[in-house]
Write a protein that binds this ligand. Structure first.
Ligand code: SF4
Length: 218
């Protein structure tokens, strides 16, 4: 199945107005949710964030909550100690920037660049890809477990592409540029609900007739 065919069909079956299933109230809380979602499911993150963001939806309020207070909210999430440390460090850095006390928080414009965003505490390449892609439609391709698996399943990445960075590089080359802003969203939702790691729901898959994955279940 070519990327062109896949991306011309799949978006018709996915709600493209919802760019992420993570709960958030503004750009700051979205970044916090993405940090929390590393090695954790969106569902698990969404269990704790509504209560957390009702009291800490800006860097200033997060600092007031403090690292120990934050840990109490996120202790059911994997690596919560480290994530709490990073989120407080991120909040402290953003406190120095404009817009830090607004519940409609928006990142200063310079952070719309992935390279600048990655200079912030707790934000690695994958996190920066998701944030810039979802918030500002940047043509970055975030490679999480679903994108990684589907890229290999469809033959768009090979055995040698054994890291998210290598898969991203391959996808950037193979997928037409016009689709880059939607790649992560489409593949994540397709991978989460239909083209699953085990027992894919091939019978109800919109691209089944073009799919030549070896593990397709007919
Ligand atoms: S047919 Fe099955 S293996 Fe192929 S893309 Fe659809 S769900 Fe995945």
């Amino acid at each position: 199945m070519t990327p062109e065919k896949y991306f011309s069909v799949m978006p018709n079956y996915i709600d493209m107005t919802i760019r992420s299933e993570l709960f958030s109230t503004n750009e700051f809380t979205f970044a916090v949710a993405v940090i929390l979602s590393a090695q954790a499911t969106d569902k698990k993150v969404n269990e704790v964030t509504p209560a957390l963001f009702s009291i800490a939806d800006t860097p200033a309020k997060m600092i007031t909550l403090g690292e120990e207070g934050l840990k109490k909210h996120i202790k059911v999430i994997s690596f919560f100690n480290n994530k709490a440390k990073n989120i407080i460090a991120l909040s402290a850095k953003l406190m120095d920037e404009e817009g830090n006390n607004n519940s409609n928080y928006k990142f200063p414009e310079k952070y719309h660049s992935r390279a600048e965003l990655m200079k912030l505490p707790g934000i690695g390449q994958k996190t920066a890809n998701v944030i810039t892609n979802v918030l500002w439609n940047a043509p970055n391709i975030g490679v999480d477990t679903h994108v990684f698996r589907l890229a290999h399943r469809f033959g768009w990445a090979g055995q040698e592409d054994n890291t998210p960075e290598k898969v991203e590089e391959k996808l950037i080359k193979k997928i037409p540029k016009k689709y880059h802003p939607i790649v992560n969203h489409v593949m994540v939702l397709h991978g989460r609900y239909t083209c699953k790691a085990l027992r894919s729901k091939c019978a109800e898959c919109p691209v089944a007739k073009w799919c030549n994955a070896p593990d397709k279940i007919i």
